[in-house]
Design a protein around this ligand. Structure first.
Ligand code: NAG
Length: 265
């Protein structure tokens, strides 16, 4: 229809916009002003990662923990509704700030922002943070494939070209090197559980136990096993509430490259 054609034209591949020197998706850059007045609550939990580092995986794990392993509850809505993505904005889809209005406490929140761009309230309220870092080489490959399928990004061009931009911090959310380092340094003064994608892959049960301890929660052995099983790559890939198949094709085209691609190290 003409209107969906317009939507494609209007939203497709706008150039990144710099905010405080950090390149961002145009629509996300527009949220940076309003986001600064976001009010965090002390019982919020922030999931922070550089893109393509296991955010959705960790989000599903945390949601399962919060729901006591109840699958039905975890299937109530897509992951980006259950875990609002703070800086998310895209024409025709509810923004992160809009989604938050309907999110009851205790809230799980997601961000990819570098520390210099997160709302101050998250720091003031001492909101617990679970951070995941992933090997830069895997992140770069995954990000390249994601740029190709997600039309909110500029065209990534050739792999060689993209890799140069990645190493130079000229991709969305800026430098990977700075991101993993500054969130690490935050853990000196702020409650941060710093995890690694590779550890989660190697022994998810061990890492889920670390998360439980950090949250001061406990679950039965059986429930933890159930969470491990439900959040395996194979299960996540075929879970319509986690695999982003509910996002319009104009925005994410899984036929170019599926959101859950390989999930390997
Ligand atoms: C998402 O999950 C649904 C339901 O299992 C499946 O039909 C679809 O192919 C999956 N999408 C992707 C992109 O993997």
């Amino acid at each position: 229809t003409p209107s969906s054609m317009e939507l494609v034209q209007d939203t497709s591949r706008p150039p990144l916009v710099k905010v405080k020197g950090v390149p961002l998706i145009k629509y996300f850059a527009e949220v940076m002003g309003p986001l600064q007045s976001f009010q965090a609550w002390p019982d919020d939990l922030l999931i922070s990662t550089y893109p393509k580092s296991g955010t959705t995986w960790l989000s599903e794990i945390l949601e399962m923990i919060y729901q006591g392993g109840d699958l039905e509850k975890c299937h109530r809505a897509p992951i980006y509704i259950r875990v609002p993505f703070l800086e998310f904005k895209c024409p025709g889809v509810p923004s992160g700030l809009e989604t938050l209005k309907d999110t009851p406490a205790p809230r799980l929140l997601k961000t990819h922002l570098p520390l210099g761009l997160i709302p101050q309230s998250l720091l003031d309220q001492k909101v617990k943070v679970v951070y995941v870092a992933r090997n830069a080489k895997d992140v770069a490959v995954s990000y390249y494939n994601f740029y190709k399928m997600a039309k909110l990004y500029p065209d990534p061009g050739s792999w060689d070209n993209f890799l140069e931009k990645f190493m130079d911090g000229q991709v969305s959310y800026g430098s990977w090197y700075q991101h993993v380092q500054e969130w690490w340094e935050l853990s000196r003064t702020h409650p941060v559980l710093y995890l690694f994608y590779e550890d989660l892959k190697e022994n998810p049960k061990r890492e889920i136990r670390k998360i439980l301890e950090f949250l001061g929660r406990s679950l039965s052995e059986e429930t933890v096993d159930h969470i491990v099983q439900h959040t395996s790559f194979e299960e996540m890939k075929k879970n319509p509430m986690a695999n982003y198949s509910t996002i319009p094709t104009e925005m994410m085209d899984h036929s170019i490259s599926p959101f859950m691609r390989k999930g390997v190290c």
